[in-house]
Design a protein around this ligand. Structure first.
Ligand SMILES: [Fe+2]
Ligand SMILES: [Fe+2]
Length: 266
C-alpha cells in the first residue's frame, strides 16, 4: 500500500525543526537568525505548499470537494500563513527599539502557533483521510507528480526516493493478498489505526521501534529504524531507544537490536 503523504509528513518534520530554531532566535532577538529562518520558509515552504495545493488537494478534492470542508480550511490557512509571514517581515524591518522588539516577538509567535497548529491538522486529519480515500492508482499518480516538484532539503528528497511506493510489490505479497483480500483490508485498517491519535509521526516511529526491540523482531526493528530515519528521527535518538530497552530486555538483546538498526540505516 502506498504511503502517499509520507514525503509531506517528512517535510513537516523539517519545518517543525526550523520553527524551533526560529523560536529560539525570537527569544534572544537574533535578527540575523530570524532572517535566515525566513529565507528557508520563503523558499522551502513554497515547495511544500505546491505539492499540497497543486497535487494532493486536487486529488483528494475529487473525493471530498474543495469548496467547503477540510481542504477549503487548509487552503484558507495557507493564505493566513502568508499574511502572518508578511506581518512578521514588516515587524522585523521596523525600528529595533523596545516596542519594535515586542512587535517582532508577537508577530513571530503568531507565525509559530499558526504553522504548528496547521501542520498538526494536516498530519492528524487531512493526510490520514487522503491515505484512506485515495485509490492505489491515485496515490501512485500523486506520488509521481510530487517527484517532479522537488523537495525542501536533502533529507526530504531522500524520503521521496525511498521505497515508500510499492512500485513493484513482491510477487509473494501480491499472490498472498490476491488469495486473502479480507486480510489485506484488515491490514490496511490496522495501519490506518496507527496514524489515529495525538502522537506525531516521530513519536509514532520511536514507539514502533521500542515495541519491535521489545518483541525481538529483527525485520520489524530494521523496518522501524528505516521509517524513523525517514520521519526525521536522528541517529542518536535511535540509540537512546536502544539504551531505554536495555534494562527491560537485557544486554544480549539490545546488542543484537542495535546491530540490526545500524545495518538497516547504513
Ligand atoms: Fe499545508
Ligand atoms: Fe503541509
Amino acid at each position: 500500500m502506498t504511503d502517499v503523504t509520507r514525503v509531506l509528513r517528512r517535510e513537516h518534520q523539517t519545518v517543525l525543526g526550523k520553527l524551533d530554531e526560529f523560536e529560539r532566535a525570537l527569544e534572544r532577538h537574533d535578527a540575523a537568525a530570524l532572517r535566515g529562518a525566513l529565507e528557508f520558509f520563503d523558499e522551502k515552504l513554497a515547495v511544500h505548499r505546491k505539492k499540497e495545493e497543486e497535487i494532493l488537494f486536487p486529488a483528494l478534492g475529487r473525493h471530498i470537494g474543495t469548496e467547503v470542508g477540510p481542504i477549503a480550511c487548509m487552503l484558507e490557512e495557507h493564505r493566513d500563513e502568508a499574511d502572518k509571514f508578511r506581518a512578521f517581515k514588516e515587524a522585523i524591518s521596523g525600528d529595533g527599539g523596545p516596542d519594535g522588539r515586542a512587535r517582532v516577538r508577537a508577530a513571530g509567535r503568531d507565525v509559530l502557533s499558526h504553522l504548528r497548529d496547521h501542520i498538526q491538522k494536516e498530519d492528524t486529519v487531512l493526510f490520514p483521510m487522503a491515505e484512506r480515500l485515495l485509490s492505489e492508482e491515485e496515490k501512485r499518480e500523486v506520488h509521481a507528480n510530487m517527484e517532479t516538484v522537488g523537495s525542501c532539503c536533502p533529507e526530504c528528497a531522500q524520503a521521496m526516493v525511498e521505497p515508500n511506493v510499492q512500485k513493484a510489490a513482491p510477487e509473494a505479497y501480491r499472490n498472498f493478498v490476491a488469495r486473502h483480500p479480507l486480510l489485506e483490508k484488515s491490514w490496511d485498517l490496522l495501519r490506518e489505526a496507527e496514524s489515529t491519535g495525538p502522537l506525531d509521526e516521530r513519536a509514532v516511529r520511536l514507539v514502533k521501534l521500542g515495541i519491535a526491540l521489545g518483541a525481538y523482531r529483527e525485520g520489524a526493528v530494521r523496518s522501524a529504524a528505516r521509517k524513523a530515519r525517514a520521519a526525521g528521527v536522528m541517529e542518536d535518538e535511535l540509540h537512546q531507544v536502544v539504551a531505554l530497552a536495555a534494562s527491560t530486555i537485557g544486554f544480549p538483546s539490545v546488542v543484537a537490536g542495535e546491530s540490526w538498526i545500524l545495518d538497516a540505516i547504513a
